[in-house]
Design a protein around this ligand. Structure first.
Ligand code: SIN
Ligand code: FE
Length: 287
């Protein structure tokens, strides 16, 4: 974990801090902001309840392009107020990323989410159980090598968000690649045609999804893989490449999350991107 002591969501941040932040992220560390709380207005405090979720989706999510909110049981003015809170967080996180990581110039703001349901007690299928170590890969949104960077804030009045992080991506990939089954020919094309995916999955996407599933389904790996615990207390924020860092969320409620995408070429050390690691290990182009 790399601690960044900033207390403001807006820069300018000093060049040494910016450099340290980017370097640590790309090395696969979690950036930890112990003094960067996302503060709720008094009128927003009643969103601190699992009842704001509709009980069907894992998270409440906001599409920043349309402003549409999904997954909430609220309606009318309360749903709008919740959307405004999530939007304020997403806009703040986006500005922070621009100012703290200015080299990631073309960073794209993707979905913003609010996670009001306690992680621990929920029922999941194994593949969707984020309490198991995994790297992120989206079944319906092909990335074609682009990075997934995520920024979180714990807005719970009490209780840490409890994570585990695992071994370096390359070690994980080396162990699992030889065991992956070959992708079904024509599947990526068919999924695109059927609208299962937005655009066509590349070999990279198929490999990342296979790695995600293989890690979660491997009981022995889950029991014995190297890992350590990270606790994110109330009032802090953190940021991590979730396509690179093996992670599991074991417990906690009331977190906000903003996802970013961008090209590997914007990185200071592109060779650390999962795309480049997998291309090196498999000896072929994957996008
Ligand atoms: C995940 O990305 O696996 C879940 C993270 C969280 O909700 O804390
Ligand atoms: Fe994840």
């Amino acid at each position: 974990m790399e601690e960044i002591g900033i207390e403001s969501w807006t820069g300018p941040f000093d060049p040494a801090t910016r450099e340290r932040a980017q370097e640590a992220l790309e090395r696969g560390l979690v950036l930890f902001f112990p003094r960067l709380p996302f503060t709720l207005a008094d009128s927003e405090k009643d969103f601190l309840s699992a009842d704001v979720a509709n009980g069907k989706s894992k998270n409440i999510s906001l599409d920043p392009m349309t402003g549409k909110i999904q997954g909430t049981a609220l309606s009318g003015a309360r749903a709008e107020a919740l959307a405004a809170m999530i939007e304020r967080f997403g806009a703040g996180a986006t500005r922070l990323v621009h100012e703290l990581l200015p080299n990631y110039a073309d960073v794209e703001r993707a979905r913003t989410s609010y996670r009001p349901v306690e992680v621990k007690g929920r029922a999941y299928s194994r593949i969707s159980d984020d309490r198991l170590l995994h790297v992120d890969a989206f079944p319906s949104r092909p990335m074609r090598g682009r990075r997934i960077l995520r920024f979180f804030s714990n807005v719970a009045p009490q209780g840490a968000r409890r994570w585990q992080v695992g071994e370096p991506f390359e070690n994980f990939a080396r162990a699992f690649l030889p065991r992956l089954r070959n992708p079904v020919p024509g599947k990526a094309w068919l999924f695109e045609r059927l609208g299962v995916t937005r655009g066509r999955r590349s070999r990279y996407d198929e490999m990342m999804l296979a790695l995600h599933d293989a890690a979660k389904c491997n009981v022995r790996y889950q029991q014995t893989a190297p890992h350590h615990a990270l606790d994110f207390p109330p009032g802090c924020s953190w940021m991590v490449y979730t396509d690179q860092v093996l992670h599991a969320a074991l417990g906690g409620e009331f977190a906000l999350e903003q996802t970013f995408h961008f090209d590997v070429a914007a990185m200071g050390a592109p060779e650390r991107a999962p795309l480049k690691v997998l291309e090196r290990l498999s000896g072929r182009a994957l996008v």
